[in-house]
Design a protein around this ligand. Structure first.
Ligand code: ACM
Length: 535
């Protein structure tokens, strides 16, 4: 048996190998110590998903002084860091101590990685295979509390089962946030009972841009949306896997799908075509910032947060072309009434109003792309509890942190997984750029040259999958993995990971992904069927 302790991904803080093996079998019970019922349940949930009838999900939460051999004992230890765990694997027992259910869940994910790759399958292929894990002591906790993944379901819609599978894969990598980009120019993906035209009109387009250079289009309708019940289900499924869903309803730009359904909300009405976009880019059609827009948005956020009672809500704020605000006399007057010096300042003011509404009505904290922060330079500041998602790089992340905002690092240079994975004509069409897996490994989310105060404001990091050129779940796998594995390693460690060490672990880890049916990009380049179609 290869030393599976050396293949753990993300790699734990401390691993001490010991001799012997623990047999995980049909007689293994998961037992909860005092007040550790939720932690034991979290362990059972992971082990119940194993393909063998081992480690049964037997709900035995009675504390026993003397346990049978082969049991897994789960205890609460409030002295451990949040999401942290201590795992002692002996030949007769496994002891898990965890600070919270997430820590216990991650201990069980570690156990799953210590089993043969078959543990990542949905059904056993060899009933007789010994399900043993090597004896060891492991101490572990994440460096970053926000270890996020962003999925754009607006440019291409991904059916609910694809999202659930994506969540499951994030959880196996100990990632804990799913930022769902639910609205954009090319699609609106949220059922609305108050404004059904949003999902009736905004959720589909007659055809889509296929390639960039030269620009070509397909001839196929594309669309889909999640019902509010679907969103509640996605949220519940994620919560069971210790993942917080962060829904994004983007304002005031990237709004063509909304405006196609609700044209009265457009700035400079009557001057532009208001249809769901069929090509990719940044468009001047944006929402008006007048009070009527806020009223409609309050209703829409209310529906969304009814389904996903999120504590963090992303409100967008990026790539906002403000020409239609300047062109609209109502909006110019409004800006002057508010004594704001510019449309950019009005942009900041508008984001603050939305954030105030979310805080007051729903107790939610807003998140913005970093333009939300940079647009405050000439006017209203952001609501102080707004979280800035810094995509333009670590310098704007530092400035936002120094200005006192909590920041999530999401820099294009290392975390944009819509970028190409190699400079090679065989790579499928992408948005451009280059981010190799080894580049992700070189990402240091918390720069040591920042002040201590600024470092403390950096609550985590996130990778982004924008889906202009990712039309289906197969391409989603290809663009996400194995870069997401490298990201998980970095986010857990809070610092860059040497590529040589990660590469060895990754080669072993790809066996797990393969067992789970993930169509990752092989380290030496795409399979023939993953290559770009000849132009
Ligand atoms: C972004 O990539 N426009 C946030």
């Amino acid at each position: 048996m290869p030393n599976r302790l050396a293949t753990l991904l993300p790699f734990p803080r401390l691993v001490r190998q010991q001799s012997g093996y623990f047999p995980l079998g049909a007689t293994t019970h998961v037992l909860a110590g005092p007040h550790a019922t939720r932690e034991a349940d979290a362990v059972r949930r992971v082990l119940a998903a194993l393909p063998w009838p081992s480690a049964n999900a037997n709900s035995n939460d009675i504390t026993k002084d003397i346990t049978n051999a082969n049991d897994i004992l789960v205890d609460l230890d409030a002295g451990l860091p949040a999401e942290g765990y201590r795992l002692r694997i002996g030949p007769d027992h496994v002891r898990i101590k965890a600070a919270d259910p997430a820590g216990a869940f991650y201990a069980a994910q570690t156990i799953r990685q210590l089993l043969p790759d078959e543990a990542w399958r949905a059904a056993p292929i060899d009933h007789a295979a010994p399900q043993t894990i090597p004896c060891a002591e492991i101490e572990d906790a994440p460096a970053l509390k926000w270890r996020g993944a962003h999925l754009d379901v607006a440019r291409h819609f991904f059916p609910k089962p694809v999202v659930l599978r994506f969540i499951d894969l994030l959880a196996r990598h100990k990632l804990n946030r799913l930022h769902l980009h639910l609205t954009d120019d090319q699609g609106w993906r949220i059922e609305s009972r108050g404004h059904p035209k949003l999902h009736e009109i905004g959720s589909h387009r007659p055809f889509s841009q296929l390639t960039r250079d030269p620009r070509t289009f397909d001839n196929k309708p594309h669309g889909g949306y999640y019902t509010l019940a679907d969103l509640a289900e996605i949220n519940g499924y994620a919560a069971e896997r210790m993942i917080t869903v962060v829904p994004e309803l983007e304002v005031p730009g990237h709004a063509r799908a909304l405006l196609a359904a609700l044209p009265d909300l457009a700035a400079a009405p009557g001057t532009r075509e208001l249809t769901v976009a069929t090509d990719w880019g940044i468009f001047p059609q944006i929402m008006s910032p007048l009070p009527g827009t806020l009223d409609v948005l309050a209703g829409l956020f209310g529906e969304l947060l009814g389904a996903i009672p999120a504590k963090y809500v992303h409100i967008g704020g990026d790539e906002c072309v403000l020409t239609d605000w300047e062109a609209d006399p109502r909006i110019r007057d409004y800006q002057h009434e508010l004594r704001l010096p510019s449309p950019v300042a009005l942009h900041a003011y508008f984001l603050r109003q939305v954030a105030d509404m979310l805080a007051t009505s729903f107790g939610a904290r807003s998140m913005v792309w970093d333009e939300g922060f940079t647009s405050t330079i000439t006017g209203t500041g952001l609501r102080p509890d707004t979280v800035v998602m810094a995509w333009h790089g670590m310098e704007v992340a530092r400035r936002a942190a120094e200005a006192g905002y909590d920041v999530v690092a999401a820099p294009t240079e290392w975390t944009y997984f819509d970028y190409s994975q190699a400079k090679d004509d065989r790579e499928p069409t992408s948005i451009g750029g280059l981010i190799r897996t080894e580049d992700v490994a070189a990402f240091s989310p918390v720069p040591r040259d920042w002040s201590q105060e600024a470092q403390a404001r950096l609550i985590g990091a996130q990778f982004q999958v924008w889906t202009e050129y990712i039309a289906d779940s197969r391409m989603l796998d290809y663009m996400t993995f194995p870069r997401a594995c490298a990201f998980a390693d970095v986010a857990w460690a809070g610092k860059a990971v040497p590529w040589a060490s990660l590469r060895d672990r990754l080669e072993a880890h790809l066996g797990r992904l393969a067992a789970a049916g993930v169509e990752y990009r092989p380290l030496n380049g795409p399979h023939p069927w993953q290559q770009r179609n000849p132009a």
